[in-house]
Design a protein around this ligand. Structure first.
Ligand SMILES: [Zn+2]
Length: 74
């Protein structure tokens, strides 16, 4: 995970009551693992239920850099 002290773009805060699953990059193990944690954090009866953490995970999935995305964004 890269250390970043500044945000490149405004943080989009989502309504915790309407949390949507983030879209992980296909075939990316890191995104897959993050999504698994996100699902656990959004499971209301789960031991890891934590919507604030889920939001963080969703942001992390969105920001996870991939070679093919870099080409498009830069
Ligand atoms: Zn990824």
């Amino acid at each position: 995970m890269a250390l970043e002290t500044t945000l490149r773009e405004p943080v989009q805060l989502t309504d915790p009551l309407e949390v949507e699953p983030p879209a992980p990059a296909p075939g990316c193990d890191v995104c897959g693992a993050l999504l698994k944690q996100w699902r656990q954090a959004t499971e209301k009866d789960g031991h890891a239920y934590d919507l604030s953490h889920a939001t963080d995970l969703a942001v992390e999935i969105k920001r996870h850099p991939h070679a093919w995305q870099k080409e498009k964004r830069s």
